[in-house]
Ligand binder design. Structure first.
Ligand SMILES: CC(C)(COP(=O)(O)O)[C@@H](O)C(=O)NCCC(=O)O
Ligand SMILES: [Mn+2]
Length: 898
């Protein structure tokens, strides 16, 4: 049903009335602004901050989750939540980043075509923003207050219209948990003029864990023998689980659902015990110092091991290896030594192991008692510390005989703060799903684990200056995080020596980064994935040698990329400065990943390639390859008429083969491949295209052309496919001489064609915004394309008024363009745009083109409909690894739906 039908308008009104009648406390008071401007909305504390007045259902009223328009909602939904602990203050805040609401002709036409639901969702105002995680040392409370104040987080953020119009902080309430919420309430009132509303600590921890485990795909990981492995938790099969929070003491909580939990046990031997005894025995000044000492420790100096009892042998009958601790500190009774005879490092490690084992064992016993298999550990004691996690894991694994699993959380330090954040009513974020969240790691994102150094970086200029300072001091940036200013505490401990035997690396380097969570409400899981639950986009695992290879490839490519990026912005001094900062930032990311491959969660090649694009965007490079793209489009469009004529002279079967060959040959134009870029110096675009075509020799490395051809020719009276989604790749010859002619063939055979292209630039990939212009040019030489593009609403009315008779007489199947929701050379089908998801519903053929989309990702992925994967392999190593082949081999893989 169309959204503007009379019936809907009536329903919209009823709906709006319903809301204001049932939720009187939601009403916001409108007051005159103090500056004499328009009325501003006065929020009162933590009360719901959405302005629901005038709310109306938009789109299809029968939808289960219809779009709700809130016309009076300003864009200031910003919440700040705090967890003020004894040593750290954790801060979670939400900043709204509205999508640009510019509507273009292409989008409007799509909306008409697909019934108006997809484009409207972008008006949904609740989501769309970023969730930031920041932490401060509690001893530096002032830095935290300055940060809140500089960003005006307590007033909805610096950009909030509320703050701009209303300097008063009266009645503002910020939610907080942790002891500091009581201890520092007066300081917050004096400094920021706000009151702290206390939230229950345990309830917050559980709410935080529930949210993170359901909304973040790889939040949980196991840690055994120094190896992290991310675990995909099924959000529908999360409960029940055991949450073990190790603070000063230990709470063991059985979680049965949202808001349903019970503290079933605990132990008084926890983080406080380690710190207290450790301080007495080693004279350490801080918890972190004590932990750091343990890195260099050898617990066998104090602990009695199984081997000590059995003369160096294992007690294999009961599964105890010689190195298992039989009695913590047990060795000290038989030795005639004083405390001062033991190294503080060894004492610290023995203590850490004793307490961790004990907690692991008690946790397992509780899991056994309640029949639970999943045990998540959190709390300040863990801090991403490798020995702690390994010891706990060992205990759980050992006592449960491998039945139960100890898991840790990437956002472990933020559980409480996230929980507090979730307690703000009606921000609409509680129901977020993993596909709507994208984690990014910009410079300046906070760091979990280890110490906190340096100020959180605000704008781009601050960021660049900070990096330039490092460079002046000759210090390499090894982590994409603001660390200590040069000359003080160094790079956050990354250069500390590795732990013994290199099995467990230093605490700080092994700890994980936490990025900024981008909430993108319009993203959806691609509906044609055959098995979305087990979908894994990356074809190759970035194991250590693989990571090293890609590290080298991307590092070597960097200078050239910087040149292109700077030139794309006119080569100004500002562009050069940004280019330099980009290079340093991306190198820092690479270095960080080499140091700790799990630093950013489960990270594949697709993520690495996307990180490079994101990093360019972070330093405000809109499209580094824009000039190259335009040049190649023009050159290819110039020869398109000849190609089309040549194709038209062929019979149907030869033509289809020539078209597929053409797609594969034109895929050679890839500015991300070093080998290809070297080729471009050897000839013009058209010369290289011709050379590439000439070299096409069948059978290709994977050659399913005959099966595809058969399917296309099966029944000439019937069109084989109703709608094809063509995932296009590069600009220039690839789209113009490869994919467009193939699209034209499908259109001729009566198949609707949807060209699916990137939402944002990545390398020389064509974007959805660029395609209508290219199609308009191509359509000047081709009637089929012109009529189809008109039918699909791609061309402005009748090619700017050129009337022609054929237009009225023949109705064409449409040619449409949708954006895929990505800004990467690869595609992750767990997160695509809603317009693509909508277009996919009636599609019965998918064509994935290019190395990024069809080889690096999705090579082994099966779809619900027929799929054709086409690519030229432009990397020798990949050709060998995947197909035992060679560079420039071609892949034509056809996978029928059944
Ligand atoms: C980034 C790419 C996947 C893009 O390839 P495309 O999808 O355009 O075919 C590819 O250029 C690539 O893997 N390049 C790096 C490897 C190399 O330089 O050989
Ligand atoms: Mn590409």
């Amino acid at each position: 049903m169309a959204s503007n039908s009379t019936e809907n308008i009536t329903k919209e009104k009823q709906f709006a009335k319903g809301i204001s009648a049932t939720e009187p406390e939601d009403k916001e008071e409108k007051k005159e602004s103090l500056t004499g401007g328009p009325p501003v909305i006065q929020r009162s504390g933590s009360r719901p901050q959405l302005d629901l007045s005038g709310a109306a259902i938009h789109g299809n009223f029968e939808d289960r989750y219809p779009t709700i328009l809130l016309p009076n909602q300003s864009d200031d939904i910003s919440h700040l939540a705090l967890d003020i602990g004894g040593s750290l203050i954790k801060l979670v805040y939400f900043s709204r980043h509205a999508e640009s609401l510019t509507d273009d002709y292409r989008k409007n036409s799509l909306r008409k075509k697909f019934g108006g639901t997809n484009g409207n969702r972008r008006n949904y105002p609740i989501l769309g923003g970023r969730l930031h995680f920041v932490k401060f040392e509690t001893s530096k409370l002032n830095e935290c207050l300055d940060f809140i104040s500089s960003k005006q987080l307590h007033r909805g953020g610096v950009d909030s219209p509320i703050w701009r119009g209303n300097p008063s902080t009266e009645n503002i309430v910020i939610k907080a948990t942790g002891g500091g919420a009581f201890k520092y309430a007066d300081v917050f009132r004096e400094r920021l003029g706000v009151s702290l509303e206390k939230e229950d600590e345990m309830g917050s921890l559980v709410a935080g864990a529930n949210f993170l485990l359901r909304a973040i795909r790889h939040e949980a990981f196991t840690h055994m023998d120094g190896q992290k492995e991310f675990i995909q938790i099924d959000p529908n099969d999360l409960f029940p689980y055991l949450l073990v929070n190790i603070g000063s003491g230990v709470s063991i909580i059985k979680v049965d659902g949202f808001g349903k939990f019970q503290r079933v046990s605990g132990t008084n031997v926890g983080g406080g015990t380690y710190w207290g005894l450790g301080r007495l025995l080693t004279k350490c000044k801080s918890f972190d110092e004590l932990l750091e000492l343990s890195q260099k420790g050898d617990n066998s100096q104090l602990d009695m091991l199984v081997g000590d009892i059995y003369g160096g042998l294992d007690y294999s009958k009961i599964g105890l290896s010689a190195s298992t601790i039989a009695s913590s500190f047990g060795k000290t009774i038989s030795e005639n030594k004083e405390l001062s005879d033991y190294r503080p490092e060894d004492i610290s490690l023995s203590l850490l192991r004793m307490i961790s084992y004990n907690i692991g064992q008690i946790s397992y016993l509780n899991a056994l008692r309640y029949g639970l298999k999943k045990i998540f550990f959190g709390g300040f004691f863990i801090r991403g510390h490798a020995y702690t996690m390994d010891t706990i894991s060992f205990a759980v694994h050992f006592w449960s005989k491998g039945e139960a699993q100890a898991m840790f959380l990437r956002h472990e330090g933020f559980l409480g703060a996230v929980g507090v954040f979730m307690s703000y009513e009606k921000h609409g974020l509680d129901d977020l799903r993993a596909h709507q969240l994208v984690e990014r790691f910009p410079m300046g994102a906070p760091y979990v684990g280890g110490k906190i150094h340096g100020p959180p970086l605000g704008n781009l200029n601050e960021k660049i200056s900070w990096m330039e300072k490092f460079v002046q001091k000759g210090t390499a940036i090894t982590a994409p995080v603001p660390m200590a200013p040069p000359g003080t505490t160094g790079m956050g401990g990354f250069e500390r020596p590795s732990a013994r035997g290199n099995i467990l690396r230093s605490d700080a380097s092994a700890a994980l980064n936490v990025g900024v969570l981008h909430l993108v409400p319009t993203l959806e899981v691609f509906p044609l994935l055959r098995d979305p639950k087990i979908y894994e986009p990356n074809t190759i695992d970035l194991s250590h040698s693989e990571l090293e290879y890609w590290f080298t490839v991307l590092s070597e490519h960097l200078p050239d990329l910087v040149d292109k990026a700077v030139a794309s912005e006119g080569g100004t001094d500002d562009a050069k400065r940004r280019g330099d900062a980009f290079a340093r930032a991306f190198s820092a990311h690479l270095a960080r990943l080499m140091e700790e491959p799990a630093a950013y969660g489960k990270f594949g090649l697709a993520d690495l390639l996307e990180l490079r694009e994101e990093c360019l965007r972070e330093f405000q490079f809109g499209d580094a390859y824009i000039t190259i793209k335009q040049r190649e489009n023009e050159a290819s469009l110039a020869v398109l008429p000849d190609l089309l004529m040549e194709l038209d002279g062929m019979n149907e079967e030869d033509r289809l083969l020539a078209l597929i060959e053409g797609v594969l040959a034109a895929n050679i134009f890839d500015w991300g491949s070093r080998a290809c870029v070297d080729l471009y110096h050897k000839g013009t675009i058209i010369e290289i295209y011709r050379m590439s075509r000439k070299k096409m020799q069948r059978p290709w490395r994977v050659d399913d052309f005959d099966t595809f051809n058969k399917k296309m020719l099966t029944d000439k009276r019937q069109q084989p496919y109703k709608r094809a989604l063509l995932f296009v790749d590069n600009s220039g010859a690839d789209i113009v001489l490869g994919m467009l002619p193939l699209a034209r063939e499908l259109l001729r055979r009566g198949t609707e064609v949807v060209l699916v292209a990137n939402s944002l630039p990545a390398l020389n990939d064509v974007t959805a915004n660029e395609i209508p212009g290219i199609v308009a040019e191509a359509a000047k030489h081709c009637d089929t394309l012109r009529r189809a593009a008109e039918a699909g609403g791609l061309l402005l009315d009748a090619m700017a008024g050129i009337e022609d008779e054929s237009k009225a007489s023949t109705v064409s199947v449409p040619l449409m363009v949708v954006e895929n929701g990505c800004g990467s050379p690869c595609i992750d089908f767990r997160q695509v745009s809603s317009e693509l998801a909508e277009a996919a519903k009636e599609a019965d053929l998918i064509i994935l083109e290019g190395m990024g989309r069809a080889l690096h990702t999705n090579l082994n992925v099966r779809f619900k409909c027929d799929a054709l994967k086409l690519a030229m392999i432009k990397n020798q190593r990949l050709a060998e690894k995947l197909f035992g082949g060679n560079i420039y081999d071609c892949i034509c893989r056809f996978e029928p739906a059944d």
